[in-house]
Design a protein around this ligand. Structure first.
Ligand code: ADP
Length: 409
């Protein structure tokens, strides 16, 4: 076969040229020549058979031989090496062969070489993807471990804090009793006791939140299903917020929406906690004189409650993040313990707990907002979707609430 003869004529000088350009140092060059010879042997077979797959074997070994750091940085891809090999053939063929022979040889080698380039890049991409997947898996395992340690820490810290807090609470109350009985009480003492009381109350709230978060994290939140009516919870929350609403000059509209007076089985204490979190957030993130509206609708098998405010709003990219624990947006250093002051943030546990409670009921929660802007105050709407249950999932109390003569109570 004429092209094989032409190939044999250029092979020696071609190899030398490539080795000279690509391998520095005598010993490196020696090893490289060995590899190149294998490539040329297989190229020869590919020319004879017309099947470029002969080259795959050596290309597999070359891609697999790349070092870990080369892979990490996607360095030293085979493409430049194969490019040099082809370029050198072009030069050497023109030096040794006639123009016509050189063209014949290059036109046979070119498609084989193109196959080599494509094959090598697919192999390299495959190895790179596998490398990235392994790295991602490692990162995921590390993150899971970190999340578990964080969750364990919250749980341990919360339980450890409870004991000294109970002691402080007990001694503070004894001191306060003594103060009441004291014939010459210090004039500032009452204020001080009030401060201690507020501090203890806030600490207890934070510790309870930490315990709730770890219960939710570990799927251990227990619900006490009972018949309840949503409008009752909403009315209680409205009453509780009355003073704050007045202090801040806010308006709270509690609408009588379809489905709000329907009996459903749920855990009223936990649901109240969830609704309270959303409402106090609406208060915190709405400037003075703003408006909060509680509304909703009845859907097939569900009640949807919406709590809308015309406060500072939430950017679209944060609308999922706020339901993750410790996701308070903005500057962490600005944490304040104010529960109802404008922007008086907390530790960022309220929404994750709320989500945990709603999801434990088989419901869903999400937020809609046109984005964060403290001047434009485009507001936020929190949606809570709750399944209507005509019986308790744990079977308790069902008998008591069975329909009488076909009519539900
Ligand atoms: P926090 O204790 O900080 O209030 P939450 O989990 O209740 O924690 O809320 C997480 C974050 O979501 C808040 O820090 C706030 O940035 C944002 N957020 C929650 N509710 C609203 C709202 N109604 N308007 C604007 N931002 C809100």
């Amino acid at each position: 076969m004429r092209v094989v003869e032409l190939f044999d004529q250029v092979r020696e000088r071609w190899g030398e040229r490539v080795a000279h350009r690509l391998a520095r140092g005598e010993s490196v060059r020696e090893g490289f020549r060995g590899e190149l010879n294998r490539y040329f042997d297989l190229m020869r077979q590919a020319i004879i058979s017309g099947d470029p797959a002969w080259l795959n074997d050596v290309l597999d070994q070359w891609t697999a031989a790349r070092t870990q750091s080369e892979r990490e940085q996607r360095e030293a891809s085979l493409a430049p090496i194969l490019g040099h090999i082809l370029l050198s053939l072009n030069h050497v063929a023109r030096e040794i062969l006639s123009d016509e022979d050189a063209l014949d040889l290059v036109s046979v080698v070119l498609p084989l070489h193109t196959h080599a380039l494509q094959y090598a890049s697919v192999q390299e991409a495959d190895i790179y993807v596998r490398h990235i997947s392994t790295e991602l898996e490692k990162a995921r395992t590390t993150l899971e471990r970190l999340d578990k340690s964080k969750s364990d820490f919250i749980s341990v810290a919360a339980h450890e804090l409870r004991t000294p807090l109970t002691l402080i609470e007990g001694y503070a109350s004894m001191l306060s009793d003594m103060y009441v009985r004291d014939s010459q009480p210090l004039p500032q003492a009452e204020l001080m006791f009030q401060g201690i009381g507020n501090g203890i109350h806030r600490l207890r709230e934070i510790i309870d939140d930490m315990i709730d978060v770890s219960l939710i994290d570990n799927d251990m939140l227990k619900l006490n299903f009972q018949p309840m009516w949503l409008n009752q919870l909403l009315n209680i929350a409205e009453q509780e917020l009355k003073n704050v609403i007045a202090e801040r000059g806010l308006t709270l509209e509690n609408e009588d929406f379809p489905g709000c007076n329907e009996m459903t089985f749920a855990d009223p204490e936990r649901l109240y906690q969830a609704i309270w979190n959303i409402l106090t957030n609406a208060v915190k993130y709405t400037p003075d004189h703003g408006k909060i509206t509680i509304s909703g609708r009845k859907l097939s098998g569900f009640i949807e409650v919406t709590i809308a405010d015309n406060g500072i709003g939430i950017d679209p990219e944060d609308q999922t993040r706020i339901f993750e624990k410790f996701s308070r947006l903005g500057n962490v250093a600005l944490h304040s313990s104010g529960k109802t002051k404008f922007k008086g943030g907390g530790p960022g546990l309220g929404l994750p707990i709320t989500k945990g409670i709603i999801e434990a009921h088989g419901g869903a929660i999400w937020v809609e907002s046109d984005g964060y802007d403290e001047n434009a105050c485009r507001g936020s709407i929190f949606h809570i979707l709750l399944p209507i249950r005509k019986e308790s999932p744990d079977g308790r109390l069902n008998k008591l609430f069975e329909p009488i003569n076909g009519a539900a109570l």
